[in-house]
Design a protein. Sequence first.
Length: 223
Amino acid sequence: MAETIKIAGADGFEFAAYHEPAFTPRKGGVIVIQEIFGIDEHVRADVERWAKMGYEAIAPSLYDRREPGFIAHHDPDGIKAGVAHAMGTPIDQALGDIAAARDFLKDRGGKVCVVGYCYGGSLAWLAAGRVEGLAAASSYYGSMVKANAALTPGCPVIVHLGRTDPGIPADEVAAAVAEYNPDVPVYIYEGAGHGFNNQSPERYNAEAADLARHRTLELFDKA
């Protein structure tokens, strides 16, 4: 059964995390990293999807030091508030909380993988290179991947991008990753925009979401 738990970060601050045990025989753990909107219904649904695929899943609430329980709507005000929280949250702090989530899952046995979307897609890429002990990482449409393409991942990584994403030039990101990390697959989904895994009507692309999830599950299962 899904529940909200508390995990202590490296600084001792206890942040909330949405947690669900594996529905089927446990393969390991997955850290689900949020979009800018907080731990909303879409993140919780993704935690449930990973639990149904055999992974104990946990989504750390990365804005809790700024606004505990923050959830924003997908409208201009929500985007503004979410961006402000993302920009105001130090990267090292967010990675430290991801590391704490890793420790929580690792203590329960097995491998720990990470998947992130939007803001979380950037953090998944950064975590692959800066957080030890991860078995695999899947980065969805992270705006910071291009600027950090030279980072050397410490685990297998894949990157997912929407061709029609107005804010992330897919071909440029793919070229940057290929220059520094030619073994990292970058998948570009034709007809898909930013947030295509998110099931909000204005963003969801079922075909792209299903294929990206299949590729991510294959990566995690092999890790």
